[in-house]
Ligand binder design. Structure first.
Ligand SMILES: *Cc1c(COP(=O)(O)O)cnc(C)c1O
Length: 365
């Protein structure tokens, strides 16, 4: 069986250095808000080409803290993609703001900039752009709309570490960008971790406050904050792995390139091939109307797949208030998508086998 993702294998090359880093933290006697975090924040800001990075506990908190820092009035509207993971939207409703769902471009499956403008009202305060599957959104168009209507742009780049748009890395384009370092992401910790990047010094300082009870100077609280800190152990692990992110993304791009050129099935919709060496290829998502048959077949041939995601947000029990919405492009995507294995430890032979197996399925019946 070729597993969809085997974290033991993915992390094997780093284990010795990670163990040394963890031992260093354990013996330091300093576990929260220390030098490992400072070093990681500096390194990740530099990696993204952003001026500031603030480490937080996870990707969800990164989005939540950005929105909280902006202090939009309750009931304000935030434009969100209808096709995304639920974590992109939960912070909006959690802060008593209203998510306004916008359909994706069927080609990229990312929020369609042409459909954003008609969703803007006098209550709109922000646009959340999600770099889903590792591809940057159409940021020129989105930033232009934001400046026309005086909106903030937040990017959820939890799947987009290292994605490039117009020579700029994810994390350097929007007003603020949220990252997750959940273990399966392109840059993954050994537990939960996240970060915000921004070029806005005031926003960075406010989020630095908010993540630590609203306090930078001990026992002096400027805001009603939360506890959302990236701990020293995870920061030390991320410091070990960050220098290899570009190498791993390069391997992801090679694999995506092979899939895109060697999978030759006209019935399958493949992901966009116009930015192979810029997209971060967190996932390789193909589409076919007979998804269940295709995944059962692939499984029977020893290729494990996954579905990102099976049920759209507006159809989740958690969001019954949006159950009446009709978002046909999003709904079709959720019915048809299958993610093939794509990770830096796949061998050339495994990739060849996956391609051969995908090409052999009987797509007609
Ligand atoms: C993983 C993910 C998140 C949430 O990150 P956590 O660290 O698990 O909180 C948010 N948005 C997207 C698109 C994700 O893939």
């Amino acid at each position: 069986m070729i597993p969809f993702l085997d974290l033991n294998q993915v992390n094997a090359p780093y284990l010795k250095a990670v163990e040394e880093a963890c031992t260093r933290v354990i013996r330091s006697g300093w576990y929260i808000l220390g030098n490992e975090l400072k070093a990681f924040e500096n390194a990740f800001a530099a990696y993204c080409g952003a001026e500031h990075c603030v480490g937080v506990a996870n990707g969800l908190d990164a989005i939540t803290l950005i929105l909280k820092a902006y202090e939009f009035e309750g009931g304000s509207e935030v434009i969100v993609p209808a096709n995304t993971y639920i974590a992109s939207v939960l912070p909006v409703s959690y802060l008593h703001l209203k998510p306004v769902f916008v359909e994706p471009d069927p080609y990229t499956m990312l929020i369609d900039p042409d459909l954003i403008e008609e969703s803007i009202t006098e209550r709109t305060k922000a646009i959340t752009a999600v770099d889903l599957y590792g591809r940057s959104c159409e940021m020129d168009a989105i930033m232009q709309l934001a400046s026309k209507y005086d909106l903030k742009v937040i990017t959820d780049a939890a799947q987009g570490h290292g994605a490039i748009y117009n020579s700029k890395k994810a994390g350097s384009i929007a007003d603020a960008t949220a990252f997750s370092f959940y273990p399966t992401k392109n840059l993954g910790a050994f537990g939960d971790a996240g970060a915000v990047t921004t070029n806005d010094a005031e926003l960075a300082e406010k989020i630095r406050n908010l993540r630590n009870y609203g306090s930078v100077v001990r026992y002096k609280n400027d805001y009603q904050g939360v506890n959302s800190r990236l701990d020293e152990m995870q920061a030390a692990i991320l410091n070990v792995k960050l220098p290899f992110l570009d190498m791993e993304n390069k391997r992801r791009r090679e694999i995506a390139n092979r899939y895109l050129t060697e999978i030759k099935v006209k019935e399958l919709v493949l992901p966009p091939n116009d930015r192979i060496n810029e997209d971060a290829w967190h996932l390789f998502v193909i589409r076919h109307p007979r998804r269940a048959d295709l995944t059962t077949y692939l499984e029977s041939k020893g290729v494990q797949t996954n579905v990102h995601y099976p049920l759209p947000i507006h159809k989740q029990q958690a969001y019954q208030e949006f159950g009446h919405l009709e978002l046909p492009i999003t709904e079709q995507i959720h019915r048809e998508v299958v993610s093939l294995p794509l990770n830096p430890v796949l061998s050339d032979d495994e990739i060849s086998y996956i391609i051969h197996t995908v090409n052999q399925f009987d797509y007609q019946t």
